[in-house]
Design a protein around this ligand. Structure first.
Ligand SMILES: [Zn+2]
Length: 305
């Protein structure tokens, strides 16, 4: 993708401060090493900030998360870095896997920007998905995360982050930061970088008061995400998770796209020779088309906000 040079990745992708005190915006990319899109977008954003030097309140810092896995183009080295951030792991202070080492280094980077130095601290965690999808935000419903998530013009999923454990957004939320996860699209889709870039600029506007007209790539760098690639904002909640056991034989019916509408009675998958049919008029989320995984699919419904 672009001129991405994985061997040159360093922990801190960039840091930019205005001359007025204000919030911290802590942006992470590459928590999964096979998802360089967020890192590439951060590199673009910092290059533009250094070029045009717009005025902002506070500081944005861009962090490459799983640096070793990014260098190797792998999802992770020893363990999924987005399952590593449990209270136990953080408290144990043991760097016995590559990912725990990365985790403690990221924590150290954040601790250099304590709450007392800022009016507020925000985070944005940038990901991509294996399957094609419209961009969406996943928000854990704690602190004022949900209100923050609704500042962005795309689909928003509530409650997904609450049923997985050890994610970086959990750690950041319980440390008192306000933020969400942004899934920009498929891993290698060039629109994923556009979407990450757009959402980072919008986060800078919302958190640090950036006047977007000050930057030379505006409006394209925002509009590709906000006007072309992203769907209109809708909010969804998880109704159901179709969990799988390791020895289950599971085959999703072909052709389901993320967020596609499903109807009661519709055939969704075949599991151990039996039909799995929808019990809902709702939407399907994250249908499993890879060989590995313990989530067959989720069912989500649109909610009013
Ligand atoms: Zn990811």
């Amino acid at each position: 993708m672009d001129n991405f040079k994985p061997e040159e990745i360093s922990r801190i992708i960039g840091k930019y401060s205005g001359n007025i005190p204000g919030p911290l915006l802590f942006v992470t990319g590459g928590v999964h090493g096979n998802e360089p899109s967020g890192v590439i977008a951060l590199q673009k954003v910092f290059a533009e900030l250094e070029k045009t030097k717009p005025n902002i309140q506070g500081t944005i810092i861009g962090v490459a998360a799983n640096t070793e896995a990014l260098k190797n183009g792998q999802r992770y080295i020893h363990a999924d870095l987005n399952r590593t951030w449990t209270v136990e792991n953080v408290e144990a202070q043991k760097s016995d896997t590559c990912e725990k080492k990365e985790m403690f280094e990221i924590i150290k980077a954040l601790e250099q920007h304590p709450e007392s130095d800022y009016t507020k601290r925000y985070f944005l965690d940038c990901h991509t998905t294996s399957a094609a999808t419209v961009p969406f935000i996943s928000v854990q419903e704690v602190n004022d995360n949900d209100a923050w998530a609704h500042k962005f013009p795309t689909y928003i999923i509530r409650g997904f982050s609450d049923i997985v454990f050890g994610c970086i957004d959990h750690y950041l939320s319980r440390t008192g930061l306000t933020g969400c996860v942004f899934e920009a699209g498929q891993h290698t889709d060039p629109r994923s970088v556009e979407n990450h870039e757009g959402v980072i600029w919008l986060a800078l506007k919302e958190a640090c008061g950036l006047d977007l007209t000050q930057i030379s790539c505006y409006p394209e760098c925002v509009d590709k995400f906000a006007k072309e690639n992203a769907p209109d904002q809708k909010t969804f909640e998880i109704l159901y998770r179709h969990g799988l056991e390791d020895d289950d034989e599971f085959k999703m019916e072909p052709g389901f796209e993320n967020f596609q509408k499903i109807e009661k009675g519709e055939l969704l998958a075949i599991q151990n020779g039996k039909e799995v049919r929808s019990e809902w008029d709702a939407h399907i989320f994250m249908p499993l088309y890879q060989s590995q995984g313990n989530d067959g699919f989720f069912v989500v419904e649109q909610v009013k906000i």
